[in-house]
Write a protein that binds this ligand. Sequence first.
Ligand code: ZN
Ligand code: ZN
Length: 379
Amino acid sequence: MPEKMQAVVKTNPVPGAEWLSVGIPRIAPDQVLVKVKATSICGTDVHIYKWDPWSEGRIGKKNLPQILGHEVAGEVVEAGSQVKKVKVGDYISAETHIPCHRCIQCLTGQEHICANLSILGVDCNGAFAEYFAVPESVCWVNDEAISPEFATVQEPLGNATYAVLGEDYDVAGRNMAIIGDAPIALFAVGVARVCGVTSIFLVGKYDFNMDIGRRMGADHPLYANREDVNRVQYVMDHTYGYGADIVLDMAGSPQALDEGFKMLRKGGRFTAFGVASVSPTPIDYNNGIVFKGAQVHGINGRKMYDTWFRVRNLLASGRLDITPVITHLYPLEEYEKGFAVMMQRPRTSAKVVLFPDRGEYGKAKARRVKEKTSSARRG
Ligand SMILES: [Zn+2]
Ligand SMILES: [Zn+2]
């Protein structure tokens, strides 16, 4: 076992991050040490990388230096003395919400919204490294059939799955409007399609992402930044005049919220996942919720661990193919390229996956080429 490892570290409260040699984390009795096979860049990592007001307030200067990253797939190489659930050799991913197991939410099956939540890669060192330490309580054992570049994105894919299925899972044969075209919205399109949503409206801005949305199964791509189509009217016209049974807001803009509540049919479900860009944010409370008899469902995280079981089944069965959403693969040391492509506007990327190990990177690249040739053959 080496003593040092390479990691992407936020050292100073300024934009960027450094590629440093640091000590391999020492694990606590309830933790495991994971050798990272793949790790992916989340919007949260981009906030921290840019060091915007959110990360300044959330992490603050005093918690630096910190290793970024929280979406991960890897192998357990060491287990603490109290660890029971996982063992050395297990191929795992991690739920990023670390609950306290004591508050009312934790005691009533809502650990994902624990009152004392700490978040992997935000409140402690993360996974943009060769190794990382994680409490066994949030380890999730993967199916070996799921490749690391897919296993690492189960955390955001879990957000999408929970958002699509909601609390009642009643989506089959329904129609759904998904507002936003960032990776989680694109995952949501795929999940909705596989779970039997029969008409999917995708409201987005960028051609690159809208094209992925079409490949994931969106029936009606609608541009948020074009005025040639009245989006609310379009949804009405394609739902027998009722509106969407379910609206997922994954954008959070005033326009998304305004149109989202208007598109929603009476008695429908409005799922709030997008973080509002202005807060408090005005909505038409009476017409959008009260008189509509709407159900509003906020999503923060994934249902632990119901969502994880479903995500594993969707991926391992091959029913859900997320290949189109995974747009870029890089060795971890080229993380700057990954962040650059994530921050590019108009968007030219969806999900970016990083590999600390050159061998894992090579294998993922080879799988990619194989998928491309076989999909080209399928036409
Ligand atoms: Zn994430
Ligand atoms: Zn708790």
